[in-house]
Design a protein around this ligand. Structure first.
Ligand SMILES: *[C@@H]1O[C@H](CO)[C@@H](O)[C@H](O)[C@H]1NC(C)=O
Length: 371
C-alpha cells in the first residue's frame, strides 16, 4: 500500500530564508537550530510570531508555591479580561502562529481541531474545531523568549478551514484561526503579519516557485540539537529549501491518490539543508514560514524517511535518497485570511461567529439553570 507509515504531523521549529534574505545588509547568518534571540534581527517574522500553549496551561497554577502567591488571581474575572498574567511553561507549548489582526491568530488546522471520523463520500477524515473553553489555549505575542512572555491571551473561538480534512495521512487545508477574547496589547501594525493584496500573494507564490529560495523556519518546538524531549525557551530557527510545485507534485503522488491536486494539494515541499539538528518535533506546527522575509506559509508537517529520486544526471546510481520532507501550508490558499481585499469581511465574519457561539453558550447556561 501507500508508503505512509512514516508520515507524522509534527511541528518544525526552525526557520530559513532565501539567500537574499540578508535584510538590509545585515549578515546574521543562521545555522540550524540556533537561538534567534535578537528581537530586532530584521527577520520580520519575529514581530508577528505567536506562542500557543497547551490547553489550560498557565504558570499561575504550576505549583503550590505559585498558587498561593498568586491566590489573589482567583478573584480576577479572567473570562471578562481575556488574558491571564502568567508566564508560559516552555514544555507546554502546543503550536506557533501568526498574529494577523490584534484579535486573530492564524495557525494550523490541526492545532485547533481534530479528526472526527470519515466522510463516506470521499474517504476523507473530517476535522472539527476544538471547543474554545474546554480546550482553551493561551496565546503569547511580542517576544522571542518564553522568559519574557507574561500575558497569555485566551481563545474565544477556534475556526478551521471548512475543507480541512485528512486523506492518505496528510492534512489538507491545514489552516485555522484563533479568535481572541481581547486585543493583544503589543499589537501594532508592525507587529502583525503582513496583509497582502491578492496580486502580491500571487507574486510571492510565483517568485518562490521560480526561484526556489531557502526559507526561514522559526519556532519553539523540540529540537534535536538541544534535547530530544525538551522545548527551548528561546525562539529557534533554521533554513529549508523550497521545492517547486511540479517536483513536489511528483514526489507527493502517493499522498495525492483520490485527490484533485489542483484544488486539494494545499501544501508545499521543503528539504532541509543539513542532516543534523534540523529535525524538529512537536510544537512548531502553525508557525509562520518566511521566504525573502515575506510570509509564505505555515508549518504543517514533516514526513520522516521520505524517499525522493536521486538527481536524474546521476545515472549510475539511481537509488532513492531517504530524507525528511517538510510540508508547509502556503497562505496563497487562504486569501480570505491573508489579503487586504478580504480583511474587513474576515473581521466581520469572525465577529459574527463569535457572537453566534456566545449566544449558544448563553442558551446552554440558561437551559442548565432554569429560573
Ligand atoms: C480539478 O479541479 C479543477 C478546478 O476545479 C478542474 O478544472 C479540473 O478539471 C479538476 N481535475 C480533475 C482531474 O478532475
Amino acid at each position: 500500500m501507500l508508503c505512509l507509515r512514516s508520515l507524522m504531523l509534527l511541528v518544525l521549529s526552525l526557520q530559513f530564508v532565501t539567500s537574499s534574505e540578508d535584510i538590509g545588509g545585515r549578515r546574521r547568518r543562521i545555522i540550524n537550530g540556533e537561538d534567534l534571540r535578537d528581537w530586532n534581527s530584521g527577520y520580520l517574522v519575529t514581530n508577528y510570531f505567536t506562542w500557543i500553549s497547551n490547553q489550560h496551561f498557565c504558570g499561575t497554577f504550576d505549583s503550590f508555591g505559585s498558587f498561593f502567591t498568586n491566590v489573589k488571581s482567583i478573584f480576577v474575572d479572567y473570562d471578562n479580561k481575556g488574558y491571564w498574567e502568567c508566564s508560559p511553561h516552555p514544555q507546554s507549548e502546543k503550536c506557533g502562529g501568526a498574529l494577523v489582526t490584534p484579535k486573530i491568530v492564524q495557525t494550523a488546522c490541526h492545532c485547533v481541531g481534530a479528526a472526527v471520523g470519515f466522510l463516506k463520500k470521499n474517504g476523507r477524515e473530517r476535522f472539527k474545531a476544538h471547543d474554545p473553553f474546554a480546550d482553551m489555549v493561551f496565546v503569547y505575542h511580542g517576544s522571542t523568549s518564553t522568559d519574557d512572555m507574561h500575558r497569555g491571551y485566551t481563545s474565544q473561538l477556534f475556526i478551521i478551514h471548512e475543507k480541512c480534512s485528512k486523506k492518505n495521512g496528510i492534512v489538507l487545508y491545514d489552516y485555522g484561526i484563533i479568535a481572541l477574547k481581547t486585543s493583544v496589547d503589543s499589537a501594532s501594525p508592525t507587529n502583525l503579519a503582513p496583509v497582502y493584496s491578492e496580486k502580491t500573494l500571487n507574486r510571492i507564490w510565483t517568485d518562490v516557485n521560480v526561484k526556489e529560495p531557502t526559507c526561514l523556519f522559526v519556532g519553539f518546538g523540540q529540537f534535536l540539537s538541544i534535547d530530544d524531549w525538551a522545548s527551548p525557551t528561546v525562539m529557534q530557527h533554521t533554513w529549508k529549501v523550497f521545492q517547486n510545485y511540479r517536483r513536489c507534485y511528483s514526489w507527493m503522488r502517493p499522498q495525492s491518490v483520490g485527490l484533485n491536486y489542483t484544488t486539494d494539494g494545499t501544501w508545499s515541499c521543503f528539504l532541509h539543508v543539513y542532516d543534523t539538528n534540523s529535525i524538529v518535533y512537536k510544537g512548531d506546527s502553525g508557525s509562520p514560514v518566511t521566504c525573502n522575509n515575506e510570509y509564505f506559509g505555515l508549518n504543517s508537517a514533516i514526513i520522516l524517511d521520505f524517499k525522493i529520486p536521486s538527481h536524474p544526471k546521476l545515472r549510475k546510481d539511481r537509488k532513492k535518497i531517504t530524507t525528511q520532507l517538510v510540508i508547509v501550508a502556503p497562505i496563497i490558499f487562504t486569501p480570505f485570511v491573508n489579503t487586504a481585499e478580504q480583511r474587513r469581511a474576515l473581521i466581520r465574519q469572525v465577529n459574527k461567529r463569535v457572537k453566534k457561539h456566545e449566544n449558544a453558550r448563553t442558551l446552554f447556561r440558561e437551559a442548565e439553570s432554569p429560573p
